[in-house]
Ligand binder design. Structure first.
Ligand code: AMP
Ligand code: AMP
Length: 337
């Protein structure tokens, strides 16, 4: 045992409730680092043994030494990536669960693509030249929060017309629009057991993409609706069992490739985000190299973790369990980077 007990810490947002609850279930004391206006859930749900308040997450550096003094292990999630960014995360001195370098690959769309492509995944085609558009495409503006302003086009002419109407001056990518249902696959890779686990699946509940279908096409035109993809929540799904072998295979290839591009590679929770077509092909348009909020419906475990574990196993708890095992076997250096 370490001379002083380790604590589990994370920023109070995104998937913190689940991470902190899971850590407590594994016997850790927990710390939530919260913005002043957002402490209430962490108090009310009783998941944090201690709350450290900040005016803004941007002031994180001010409390880093406090975390080190408290022997804290920091768990990254979407808000840490969004508020600190991969280069600040790279400079952190507080012990961090997982490989920091891999978050740089996640943050850059081109690097992501290179990684997923080398791993052999099916990706939506990218059109470098608008003249080549020969199928439905989705045009994504860089830095467009919640997919605001994204538009669809079918031909080079339609693209030009719509671009003129949308032009924000920002860069954009033209991506093949894959017709299918969204599926977000949650994984956990254990560097201690060298094993990949499927933790669950979800789809996002997006405004207004998920409400446009509630009005007739004629009405959509009348009120001049354009699609946005602001995440409001997450909906659990269970996929066709015959899709599982493929899901295991691609998760594993992504891990193997990550070990080549950014040693020691991706570890812990991650998510492949894509669309399953009617041919049952999974086109991946994004990877999250850390826990995703889509695991939040499974605080008490998912149908998949219920198969593998005797106790309720959320992704947050699974992270804490890996840390616990590492402490017990003196292998913390394998998981903290
Ligand atoms: P927030 O603290 O809610 O502003 O979220 C911080 C970051 O995590 C943002 O980049 C969000 O888009 C992302 N995020 C938060 N909740 C979810 C969710 N349920 N699904 C996907 N992404 C999320
Ligand atoms: P993104 O900003 O890349 O996360 O995309 C926002 C949303 O657009 C996703 O949640 C999907 O529902 C949808 N989407 C993104 N890319 C594609 C694609 N290539 N084909 C079909 N739907 C997509």
């Amino acid at each position: 045992m370490a001379s002083m007990k380790h604590r589990v810490a994370t920023l109070g947002s995104h998937s913190a409730l689940q991470i902190l609850k899971g850590a407590k279930d594994e016997g850790f004391e927990t710390i939530a680092i919260c913005e002043k206006k957002a402490t209430r859930p962490y108090k009310s749900f009783g998941v944090a043994d201690e709350i450290i308040e900040l005016d803004s997450f941007k002031d994180f550096a001010m409390i880093e030494q406090t975390l080190i003094d408290k022997n804290a292990i920091l768990i990254p999630h979407g808000s840490l990536v969004a508020y600190l960014g991969p280069s600040k995360i790279g400079e952190l001195k507080v012990p961090h669960f997982g490989t920091k370098g891999i978050l740089k690959w996640e943050a850059d769309r081109n690097k992501q693509r290179e990684w997923l492509h080398s791993a052999g995944l099916k990706l939506p085609r990218l059109f470098a030249n608008a003249e080549d558009i020969d199928r439905p495409v989705i045009v994504k503006f860089h830095g467009a929060r919640g997919g605001r302003g994204y538009f669809l086009a079918r031909t080079p002419e339609e693209f030009k017309k719509k671009l003129a109407a949308h032009d924000t001056g920002e860069g954009y990518a033209i991506q093949e629009y894959v017709v299918g249902v969204p599926v977000y696959a949650h994984y956990f890779y254990s560097p201690l057991a060298e094993e990949i686990e499927i933790m669950g699946f979800d789809k996002r509940y997006e405004s207004n993409a998920d409400s446009i279908g509630r009005v007739a096409a004629a009405d959509q035109i009348t009120v001049d609706l354009s699609t946005s993809y602001t995440v409001v929540g997450n909906v659990p799904i269970v996929i066709r069992e015959s899709l599982l072998p493929m899901m295991f295979d691609i998760g594993e290839s992504v891990i193997k490739e990550s070990q080549k591009i950014e040693p020691p590679g991706l570890m812990g929770a991650f998510c492949l985000e894509g669309v399953v077509t009617s041919e049952l092909e999974f086109y991946v348009f994004e990877i999250s190299a850390r826990i995703v909020a889509g695991t939040n419906p499974y605080v008490d475990g998912s149908p998949y973790t219920a198969l593998k574990y005797k106790e309720p196993m959320s992704t947050g708890r699974r992270i804490a369990r890996e840390i616990k095992r590492a402490i017990e076997t003196n292998a913390l250096d394998k998981i903290l980077h």
